[in-house]
Design a protein around this ligand. Sequence first.
Ligand SMILES: Cc1cc2nc3c(=O)[nH]c(=O)nc-3n(C[C@H](O)[C@H](O)[C@H](O)COP(=O)(O)OP(=O)(O)OC[C@H]3O[C@@H](n4cnc5c(N)ncnc54)[C@H](O)[C@@H]3O)c2cc1C
Length: 400
Amino acid sequence: MLDLLAVTDYPDWRKKALIQSREGNLLLIPREGGHLVRIYVDLGESGDRASLQRIEVEQVLAAARRILHPYVLDVREVAWFSVYEVGQRLTDKFDDVPAGAERGRTPRVFIAGDACHTHSAKAGQGMNVSMQDAFNLAWKLAAVLRGRSEPSLLHSYSAERQAVAQDLIDFDREWSATIAQRPREAGHPEQGGLDPSDLQAAFIRSGRYTAGVATRYTRSQLTGGGEHQALAAGFPVGMRFHSAPVVRIADAKPLQLGHVHEADGRWRLYLFADETTERAGEMLRHLQTVVTPRFTPDGSDPDAIFDVRAVFQQNHWEIEVTDLPEVLHPPKGRLGLRDYEKAFSRVPGSDADIFELRGIDRARGALVIVRPDQYVAQVLALDAFGELDAFFGSILTRVA
Ligand SMILES: Cc1cc2nc3c(=O)[nH]c(=O)nc-3n(C[C@H](O)[C@H](O)[C@H](O)COP(=O)(O)OP(=O)(O)OC[C@H]3O[C@@H](n4cnc5c(N)ncnc54)[C@H](O)[C@@H]3O)c2cc1C
């Protein structure tokens, strides 16, 4: 793996590219600043560890030049260079409770990141998945340490992230094997090898995965079954909340809904109002008078546990924030000032209508419950009061 400053006649030097040739394969990733390029050169089977340490930069550059031939690679500077051996490894648990012993013990020691999973660098996922491990663990630890959830919640960390890591290793195995194949000679399919169009297709298929948005948690205490998924088809239960544009009603400011979701350990309840707002009104009242008081400690801001946000189908100039239920403009902080930033409208007169983009049922609306780490936990109907109460009753500690 090298970071290079080079001059070349290879035309795709500033594009992410996978190059297959009879001489091997090379992954090319242009880096920041307009000149630096990272290349990953596959040197084949590694032999023993000591032989890895003897590999010189010139050897790797020679291999890169053979792969790129007939294009010329004139390297002016090697900014960074490393040789590594791909090891695909995965721990069976991310905590200290052996599989099967979860009922009698709560976890007290956790591991995350490369300590749990290692794989090739070509999936570009090591750091990304490691940070997601940490995000998954952090909000749960905070909830338990603040007395908001029972310690048994911590079991879900290993259960969720071990499955993600297994997926990553499976993906990496398949991906590494695909790109390690030599190209098929045109007109000679009998000689084997991978057709470049198949490689292109695999590259495109893997896009969502390498962008880090392919994780889907399966049904559990924290992830609903998606029985009401049709009410908001574009927010798949178990997957990352997929942002879309909205207009904030109080100041008519266009923004991305996902950007209001800060990493602060709170649950987000995104309410998408029905056309008449009748059902929305009832659900907002339930959130204000039943759900919030039940789990929010005395003396805290009303949105300390649940950050309720609503999106209406009306235009922003047709709604006054102060006419909405208080849960959408609650008094907060030392001075009891109102939070005016919880009510939104679709973007008017454009094709960027969040109700269209995310397949939300306009007649019935939907409530989308989003975990503190931004994964959709459940989609509910606006009159599913019992299901809502049961969902949080199994995760959060009641205070009233
Ligand atoms: C060549 C290469 C290229 C990569 N490219 C990408 C990429 O493009 N995208 C991507 O997402 N990921 C990439 N990764 C993977 C990414 O770097 C790792 O997945 C990520 O750094 C893992 O983070 P971590 O905190 O789990 O472990 P680390 O970053 O390894 O952190 C562990 C830390 O613990 C310290 N430590 C170890 N033992 C002790 C001890 N006994 N006491 C105190 N401290 C200790 C270590 O010094 C280290 O600082 C790449 C990795 C390599 C090697």
